[in-house]
Design a binder for this molecule. Structure first.
Ligand SMILES: NC(=O)c1ccc[n+]([C@@H]2O[C@H](COP(=O)([O-])OP(=O)(O)OC[C@H]3O[C@@H](n4cnc5c(N)ncnc54)[C@H](O)[C@@H]3O)[C@@H](O)[C@H]2O)c1
Length: 395
């Protein structure tokens, strides 16, 4: 077991003052202090015993955002809303220390003639300062920022086949393609990269190319935490029993910052695309499968996302049946431990000399990079096999 007690690995969270970003940094401190139940943390579960994961005190959190909300306010709001328990210790000194490692990048690129290049330089500088100021050996960059609609310019540059081609086009953009800028800055600075958002990242050929050139590991895209997770467990049941799914309708309501961001039609389209693609891959049906996912912003629900799914299917002799489920999850609580798990798993891969897309982490994502497998059980087998972890039924 790794006994690294020094804080050598930095975690630079993009969107560090957001719901997940704040909860991840604060709960990492709580875990490090000890005595916290490890429920929900995959890397603390039985199959990972004996895997050489970094100890919690080897990590140091920092990051960036475009707002200045002090972490203490965010954590108090989380406690008031029941996202964090009443017993969660609010240590002002600790939270101020994390605050001091979060850069506000709201002005990056603003008013500049080549805003994307200015933003890229500013992000690179912020990552470099984080590493140097804190004497860090390595930095893992995790994108937890808001889902942003893609501009036509971003869609067009996304098709660039290589990093040099994309880089040549960046100075001509009038707006900042934040997902691209963050991934590129991380890789240029020799950092591993995790994209927990549906925004563009190392799933783009040019950025995967940059990761290869830099020899950096990366994983994404869009964390699989709720309705999509249930679907990836449930859908294999229908194919295993040779039943024919006619329709799978999903309706999601959420009221947090993410829900607000997704009330923008462009951002919502990106999320829906990410949520909808797995069913056809698992069910192996073509043509006649009707699926639809919709998302509505319902402010009163706060972080408690409610998803209702309706599945219409055919059994023996074409007899039609239906099943429905309702998922009511606290989005931040579902996502936060996955950030901590992913950081440890990416760190391990990096330490083992692995680079490029980390396919074995596919179970964590809705749109796993470089992996066509969406069946959750098979995805988990892939993870256990890769790590040499003993198989264990965790489902
Ligand atoms: N909670 C889940 O279960 C879940 C699952 C999968 C994916 N995600 C994704 O994780 C992301 C974060 O979710 P959240 O609930 O913490 O959202 P949030 O709205 O609470 O936080 C997002 C943060 O990003 C910041 N931000 C916006 N634009 C930025 C930029 N250009 N640079 C840096 N920071 C920027 C915002 O100021 C905010 O602090 C979203 O993209 C969401 O879709 C969440």
């Amino acid at each position: 077991v790794n006994t690294n007690g020094n804080r050598r690995v930095g975690v630079w969270v993009i969107g560090a003052r957001g719901s997940i970003g704040a909860a991840a940094a604060a709960s990492h401190w709580l875990i490090e202090r000890g005595g916290t139940p490890m429920t929900g943390l995959v890397t603390e579960s039985l199959p990972f015993r004996g895997v050489d994961l970094l100890q919690w005190n080897g990590l140091l959190f920092g990051g960036c955002d475009v707002v200045d909300t002090p972490l203490i306010d965010k954590i108090r709001a989380h406690i008031d809303e029941g996202i964090l328990p009443r017993s969660f210790p609010v240590d002002a000194k600790v939270l101020r220390a994390i605050d001091s490692r979060i850069t506000n990048l709201a002005g990056a690129g603003g008013g500049s003639a080549t805003p994307a290049m200015t933003a890229l330089a500013a992000v690179r500088q912020a990552i470099r300062s984080f590493r140097e100021d804190n004497g860090l050996e390595r930095v893992i960059v995790v994108n937890c920022s808001s889902t942003l609609a893609q501009s036509a310019e971003e869609r067009s540059i996304s098709k660039s086949p290589s990093w040099p081609r994309m880089l040549a086009r960046l100075p001509r953009l009038r707006s900042i393609p934040w997902g691209i800028v963050y991934a590129a800055a991380a890789l240029e600075e020799q950092c591993a990269f995790i994209n927990f958002t549906p925004n563009s990242g190392t799933d783009l050929p040019a950025l995967a190319d940059l990761a290869r050139r830099q020899g950096m590991p990366h994983a994404g895209r869009d964390g699989k935490t709720g309705e999509t997770l249930v679907k990836s467990v449930l859908a294999p049941l229908f194919s295993a029993r040779a039943m024919h799914v006619l329709a799978w309708q999903g309706y999601n309501m959420l009221g947090n910052g993410d829900g607000h961001a997704l009330s923008d039609p462009g951002a919502r389209a990106l999320k829906i695309k990410s949520k909808d693609q797995q069913l056809r891959a698992i069910l192996g049906q073509n043509g006649d499968l009707h699926t639809q996912v919709s998302i509505d912003y319902v402010p009163s629900l706060g972080d408690w996302k409610t998803a209702w799914d309706f599945i219409h299917f055919e059994g023996f002799l074409g007899v039609r049946m239906a099943m429905q489920f309702t998922w009511q999850g606290c989005d931040t609580v579902l996502a936060t431990p996955l950030i901590l798990d992913l950081v440890r798993l990416v760190e391990l891969a990096w330490r083992r000399g692995e680079s490029g897309e980390l396919r074995h982490l596919c179970s964590f994502f809705k749109s796993p990079i470089g992996c066509e497998e969406h069946d959750f059980r098979k995805q988990l087998d892939h993870l256990y096999n890769h790590l040499g972890a003993p198989h264990s039924s965790t489902m």
